[in-house]
Ligand binder design. Structure first.
Ligand code: ADP
Ligand code: TRP
Length: 331
């Protein structure tokens, strides 16, 4: 069975875009592949979180992934820093990662532009750590978005370089992987572009949002004065709301409002009310699980321990073999 690895940065609450764009696929994938999903807390240190923030964010992501349906018995879900073998492999890979190629990485250049006062070595070698994350389990499939393709290419480079250097055929090549083929882009509520946590207040609906908060956000979503002709093309803010309805509502509901729009009889108040209620129906079971799980420290401890144990079993095997290949020998 092929091995899948994906890392999730610990950056806080999940929204509908994260859920329909990524997490729902993980839930499907765990049934078909040998899956390792981890919370990338080593990676998050490049931005210097306080100890309390670091722990809180890791916990939040762990809780929400479990609530969204990742099954810790089927998949291996773990916290990166619980597997120090990853840091060891990162050290070895760093010896054959060159300054020039690391400086050319698009994400590095973006980070340098955005935070010129914090260009640390961890940021420069972020792709090396990411390669270690992936090849430590000899994964071949990595479910990530388009923006991560360059990192995957670097992971292949570092794995291949190791193989060539020691004349072994040890690490397989990992490739970016879209489980569903058709990628969904979940629009936001601000009338332009995608849902995202950095797109401003009110644009994103979070899995943990209470029903009243969802109603308020949706009622305030950007719309317009209504169609002025029958069967008129929808302007972006309206199209976005319809796209959201297509994701969370039944096709009958969607067709009902689409017909009203085409006949110029739509009332945005009713339309938004329905959209909000369907978002509430879609998120409520997850929200309730988030509440239950976040108070269940015994369960969280058990999940983290089980994940660390399963991940370390795979990682320590790799590290044992890598040490042997490199030539470390005990006296
Ligand atoms: P954000 O854009 O809120 O910062 P991240 O960059 O942390 O979210 O993305 C985490 C995952 O969720 C990625 O796999 C990304 O492709 C997916 N994702 C984020 N926003 C959306 C969206 N609006 N539609 C579809 N997928 C999304
Ligand atoms: N770099 C990824 C991101 O920004 C997160 C990540 C870290 C990752 N290590 C990984 C993703 C390993 C897949 C595999 O989203």
């Amino acid at each position: 069975m092929e091995t899948v690895v994906s890392g999730i940065r610990s950056t806080g609450k999940l929204h509908l875009g994260n859920f329909y764009g990524a997490v729902r696929n993980f839930v499907q994938m765990q049934k078909e592949y040998n899956c390792y999903f981890f919370i990338a807390d080593y990676h998050s240190l490049t931005t210097h979180p306080t100890p309390a923030d670091l722990h809180g964010n890791v916990k939040q992501v762990l809780v929400e992934y479990l609530a969204a349906g990742i099954d810790p018995e089927t998949a291996t879900i773990y916290i990166q820093s619980d597997v120090p073998e990853i840091a060891e492999l990162y050290l070895y890979l760093n010896m054959n990662a060159y300054l020039g190629e690391l400086e050319r990485s698009t994400s590095f250049k973006d980070k340098v532009r955005a935070h010129p006062d914090n260009v640390n070595a961890g940021l420069l070698t972020y792709p090396v750590l990411m390669a270690a994350d992936i090849i430590i389990h000899k994964a071949t499939k990595v479910p990530v978005g388009k923006d991560q393709e360059q990192h995957l290419e670097m992971a292949r480079t570092f794995g291949n370089r190791f193989n060539r250097m020691y004349n072994v055929d040890y690490f397989p090549e990992p490739y970016a992987f879209n489980f569903t083929e058709k990628l969904v882009k979940v629009p936001g509520l601000d009338g332009k572009g995608k849902m995202g946590k950095s797109e401003g207040e009110g644009n994103a609906v979070y899995l943990s949002d209470e029903p009243e908060a969802i109603r308020k956000k949706v009622m305030r979503a950007v719309s317009d004065a209504g169609p002025t002709e029958e069967n008129q093309a929808k302007p972006e803010p309206i199209q976005n709301l319809f796209d959201l309805m297509k994701i969370v509502s039944s096709s009958d509901t969607y067709n009902h409002f689409d017909n009203l729009y085409n006949k110029m009889q739509i009332r945005y108040g009713d339309f938004k009310k329905q959209l909000a209620e369907d978002m509430i129906i879609a998120t409520s079971p997850i929200r309730e699980k988030i509440h239950d799980i976040s108070n269940d420290h015994t369960y969280l401890r058990k999940v983290a321990r089980l994940g660390a144990e399963k991940a370390r079993e795979s990682a320590s095997k790799t590290i044992r073999e890598v040490r042997e290949i490199i030539g470390f020998k005990s006296f």
